[in-house]
Write a protein that binds this ligand. Structure first.
Ligand code: GAP
Length: 396
């Protein structure tokens, strides 16, 4: 963990929030590369669970709702944490909307899910979806955790990726199994170490107040086996409490759909992924550490370097003929001319950049560059004109 935490800071992934004022427990800030990693994770999730499906509707709801939402959802009564002394307290952050006597006590949402439930009718009226269908949302949630800890594992400000999948009551077991498989597939797709994932069925006393069955996907973190994601059968609990229903036009019947909820934390994904891809080996008689990200998840796809930074013809070529067009095409491209080539490789290895492209004197003669691969250190010559297709093929 210490290695990951210091790498994250050194290489601009994740910083302690409010650090120059001594920090504030449970809040973290994402730097350039951490943000790119987070975005790649979220985009991969959105692509799999929204864009490539026909039965899913996206949503971006507000964070503060009319407080009646949290009374109906059971969170005012039931979203409780326990202090070390055994005292119960509500984990929702309180805030005020309006001023003076008219001020309304409101809460920052502790889950994105309720934003979905309160927009159930809007979504049905706008899109007329047939059951089963889902509504998906990625967004911030806030919890006044009594003991935020373990870097970005337990936060007070976090981000969730959630689907509420609306089904007929009798189908719940089928879709619970289906979503269990979908979650597993996605974990593998982003490159989590599947040997470290374990399923745990949550017992009767430990489930959230709305759930009839929950599976936690746990991950072997260095600080123990802990919850990474959750899959819950929320029954018709939420829609019923919000007095919402659904009219099946074909069968002309009114029902309250039941809900399967796969829920995944963005920051826990980031942490579990960093722990999955962190590796060390020996290269050129030195220990190197590197991040074995899949190219489509890596914050940087490739770094471009002129072999020598004091040779204007190399710099000019690298800048205009390699870096500029690749940056334009892929965005996630770094320029690195600091220190010698060995140092640049080590730095890019630590960021997890899968390819380093070097412009040398041969390039000026034959328009080819060296492409060096991160994990093996293997190198090949590639035509400058082929670089785009070469990289596109790799990040598929
Ligand atoms: N809507 C269901 C729900 O919120 P949860 O198990 O409380 O269920 C879902 O949270 C996921 O959100 C967790 O599996 C985890 O990935 C993430 N999460 C929850 N609390 C967190 C916290 N304090 N810090 C970081 N991530 C958290």
């Amino acid at each position: 963990m210490e290695k990951i935490v210091s790498l994250c800071k050194r290489r601009g992934f994740i910083f302690q929030g409010s650090e120059i004022y001594g920090g504030l427990a449970g809040f973290f800030d994402y730097g350039h590369y951490g943000l790119a990693l987070q975005n790649n994770i979220k985009n991969s999730w959105w692509k799999k669970f929204v864009d490539t499906r026909r039965d899913m509707y996206g949503l971006n709801s507000s964070i503060i709702f009319n407080p009646k939402v949290w009374e109906a959802s059971g969170h005012v009564k039931g979203f409780l944490g326990v202090t070390e002394e055994g005292k119960k307290f509500n984990e929702m952050f309180k805030t005020e909307v309006g001023v003076g006597e008219d001020a309304l006590t409101a809460y920052l949402r502790p889950e994105t899910a309720q934003g979905i439930f309160v927009n159930f009718k809007n979504t049905v009226d706008a899109f007329h979806p047939k059951l089963p269908f889902g509504i998906a949302q990625i967004g911030k949630a806030f919890r006044n955790e009594i003991a935020p800890r373990d870097f970005v594992f337990r936060l007070r400000e976090l981000e969730q990726m959630e689907v509420e999948y609306f089904i007929r009551a009798e189908d719940w077991e089928k879709y619970f199994e289906y979503w269990r498989g979908q979650m597993m597939d996605w974990m593998e797709e982003i490159g989590l170490d599947m040997g470290k994932i374990h399923e745990l069925e949550v017992g009767d006393g430990d489930r959230a107040h709305y759930s009839k069955k929950t599976i936690d996907f746990e991950f072997d973190f260095p600080f123990g086996r802990k919850e990474l994601y959750g899959l819950a059968y929320r029954t018709d609990f939420d829609l019923k409490n919000h007095k919402l229903d659904y009219i099946d036009e074909e069968k002309s019947e009114k029902i309250i759909p039941h809900v399967i909820e796969p829920s995944m934390g963005v920051e826990r994904s980031v942490l579990a992924l960093l722990l999955s891809v962190y590796a060390e080996d020996e290269k050129d008689g030195e220990v190197r550490s590197y991040l074995k990200f899949k190219p489509n998840i890596a914050p940087v796809i490739c770094a471009v370097s002129p072999l020598l930074k004091n040779k204007p013809e190399l710099v000019e070529y690298a800048n205009t003929k390699v870096y500029a067009p690749l940056k334009e095409e892929f965005g996630r491209v770094a320029w690195d001319d600091n220190g010698n080539i060995g140092k640049r490789y080590r730095r890019q290895d630590e960021i997890g950049t899968p390819f380093c492209i070097v412009v040398d004197f041969d390039t000026l003669a034959d328009d080819t560059v060296t492409v060096r691969e991160r994990d093996t250190g293997g190198q090949e010559r590639v035509k400058v004109a082929d670089l785009r297709t070469y990289l596109k093929e790799k990040i598929k």
